[in-house]
Design a protein around this ligand. Structure first.
Ligand SMILES: NC(=O)c1ccc[n+]([C@@H]2O[C@H](COP(=O)([O-])OP(=O)(O)OC[C@H]3O[C@@H](n4cnc5c(N)ncnc54)[C@H](OP(=O)(O)O)[C@@H]3O)[C@@H](O)[C@H]2O)c1
Length: 434
């Protein structure tokens, strides 16, 4: 029922060489029968092939690199809809494509709003405007983030913040955040910031850039009476795959908790300063890490079943981790003769007294209860072979990403002018595809 929907469909995908894009292309090509998939990639086929061959095991990479149902278009997103593509390709896409999946994005959390306008907001606006002209468009999918609503952390009285699958207004409660989006965007373009951004405590400019991009996408669609054609998928913290393309699939750069493990592993002291306002942070603070194949599966299933609006792709209350559990897993990877422990301080998440990873990731020490209502409703109607939820039947472990933690730690060591061998001495070494 789900996979039949893709029979004969033509898709256009951006970000197909990223961790999420790669997983969903693999799932589509190995499970469904779309007529064709066009993938936008900077550097074209050769670059996509190199990236997939490096990041995947040989049999999985072959599914992508040898497919005759997929064409790589050499282009780039920017602040025009042309994507550096030849006119013929643009016309062909406009006439043929049924589904656009827009997964390309900068994930530079702390870049300025001006930079993020160029790398996140403008490309998304250009693409959705273009897509809404397509004769056969059935769905435009925008990959956002569950942390578009992370500003609720400082506002909420609870230390476990409930977040619904909707757009929260940043002005008064009776403001329509979709209607106000173009006005706010003009303010950002003119001044480099906005009043609403300055009055709310977002962890990073990236979270707000995605918040505004979501609203602009919904606004453009509403103006064309096409709101039902928009699906916004909000992943939390992406982690290794449970099953697809294979258990443990991940990359070094797209999984925030892998970066965290690498940085903590190099920490020589016994204590790491982290901010929280939970009373018992080891047990109350949580990390919502979602396996990448759960994100891909939710996206593809919601498209097939005609969902629209915002959908969380998260582990949720059932599958998120307590900090304590993450730390237990981390301890098994670190090879210093002494342990390192979190020291919780009741400071702001922007405080300069925190460990540098906490200063950059900021959501460590928080807890969000992301609603999964739309997926729960849909999964009741479907068979259980679908991978819509994280598998937490086994204790959480970082074993499958040893290679990536090690690789990142080597790079971090180099930057901090530590000897290149320090990562090998201080961490266990893994294999790239386990
Ligand atoms: N990873 C996470 O933890 C996470 C969490 C929440 C939300 N998300 C969102 O999910 C989406 C996919 O993330 P991901 O982790 O799969 O990303 P990723 O692994 O960092 O890959 C980013 C992808 O975007 C492409 N890209 C970036 N800028 C581009 C441009 N100007 N033109 C064309 N392509 C461009 C990259 O292409 P190249 O190969 O050319 O570099 C790559 O394919 C993003 O929207 C991200 O914001 C990710």
């Amino acid at each position: 029922m789900v996979w039949d929907y893709y029979d004969g469909k033509i898709l256009f995908v951006t970000g197909g060489t990223g961790i999420i894009g790669t997983t969903l292309l693999y799932r589509l090509l190995s499970q469904a029968a779309p007529e064709h998939i066009y993938v936008l990639c900077r550097g074209g086929y050769e670059r996509a092939k190199t990236k997939w061959t490096e990041m995947l095991s040989a049999p999985a990479a072959e599914i992508l690199t040898q497919s005759n149902r997929m064409t790589i278009l050499d282009g780039e997103l920017g602040d025009t809809a042309t994507m550096n593509l030849p006119d013929d390709d643009l016309q062909m896409i406009k006439q043929k494509v049924h589904i656009i999946i827009h997964a390309a994005s900068s994930i530079a959390l702390n870049n300025s709003l001006r930079e993020l306008d160029y790398t996140v907001i403008a490309p998304t606006v250009c693409l959705v405007q273009y897509a809404l002209k397509f004769a056969k468009l059935e769905k435009f999918v925008f990959l956002s983030t569950a942390y578009v609503n992370a500003h609720l952390w400082t506002k909420s009285k609870s230390s476990d913040v409930a977040v619904e699958e909707r757009v929260y207004p940043l002005g008064s409660n009776d403001e329509n955040p979709v209607e106000t989006a173009p006005h706010v965007y003009r303010e950002l373009q003119k001044t480099g910031t906005t009043e609403e951004y300055e009055t709310h405590d977002f962890p990073w400019p990236y979270a707000y850039a995605k918040h505004l991009a979501e609203r602009l996408v919904l606004n453009k669609a509403a103006l064309k009476n096409a709101s039902d054609k928009i699906l916004i998928i909000r992943p939390s913290v992406v982690g290794p795959a449970d099953q697809l393309p294979y258990h443990g699939f991940t990359t070094s750069y797209s999984s925030p908790s892998t970066a965290c493990a690498a940085a903590y592993a190099l920490h020589p002291g016994r204590k790491i300063n982290l901010a929280t306002r939970c009373e018992n942070p080891d047990k109350e603070a949580t990390i919502d890490e979602v396996p990448v194949d759960v994100v891909a599966e939710r996206l593809l299933v919601h498209v097939a079943l005609g969902s629209s609006g915002c959908v969380h792709a998260v582990s949720g209350e059932k599958g998120r981790l307590r900090i304590e559990d993450w730390w237990e897993a981390f301890k098994k990877e670190r090879r210093w003769p002494w342990n390192v422990k979190p020291v919780w301080v009741s400071k702001d998440w922007h405080s300069s007294d925190l460990h540098h990873v906490a200063k950059s990731l900021k959501i460590i020490g928080t807890s969000f209860a992301f609603s999964e209502e739309k997926t729960d409703i849909l999964s009741e109607k479907l068979n259980s072979d679908l991978k819509l939820y994280a598998d937490r039947s086994k204790p959480y472990s970082l074993v499958h990403r040893r290679h990536h933690i090690h690789h990142l730690a080597r790079q971090m060591a180099k930057k901090s002018r530590l000897p290149a061998c320090s990562a090998s001495i201080l961490l266990r070494k893994g294999k790239p595809h386990t």
